[in-house]
Design a protein around this ligand. Sequence first.
Ligand SMILES: [Zn+2]
Length: 210
Amino acid sequence: MSRIVALTGAGISVASGLPTFGEDTWRGRPVRQLLTKSFFVRYPEEFYNYYWEGLTPWQEAQPNAAHLALAQAGATIITQNIDGLHQAAGSQDVLELHGNLRELICEACGTLYAAKDRRVAAGVPHCPVDQQILKPNVVLFEEVPHGFDTAIELLSGADWLLVIGTSLQVAPACYLPEFARRLRVPVKIINDAAEIEVPRWLREQRLLPN
Ligand SMILES: [Zn+2]
């Protein structure tokens, strides 16, 4: 059976009702500003107001047909998204280049907490162990994404790189198609209507039942 690696961006979650971070605003402030490291450090209360209230759509979103088809086809996922919808769809192998919204991390001691954990799930959360302010386990703007080496490893030996709903403007994800070409992994790009085009393409490749 073919081994598919899917690189996904915000476009795959549009049909789940999620706007892209680049365009969204909350209480008149651009989300792109709210989600910077410097804003988090200077205004943790306002940052967490947004995290607990403004991100409600992200916590309530459901995977759409594109996420579900990739899970059914057993695709390995490399995603720029922080919405957790690939896991919600049942995908087992998911590399989240920009982290996720499900967890809070203590950067002092490295402990991860579920964002639903009652010990931390309100106001500006602090680590129960050392009282440091927790940070959502996402790569904020001004921070460096991780996992690129792992992404290259996942790509090696793949039969396809399927690029879905990403404008490929953000490093490191934007380099993956070039690495795929060097590794002689064919690249298929799907930008629009992922919830229709992804299942259709997977069926054409006989990776999904008709
Ligand atoms: Zn800690």
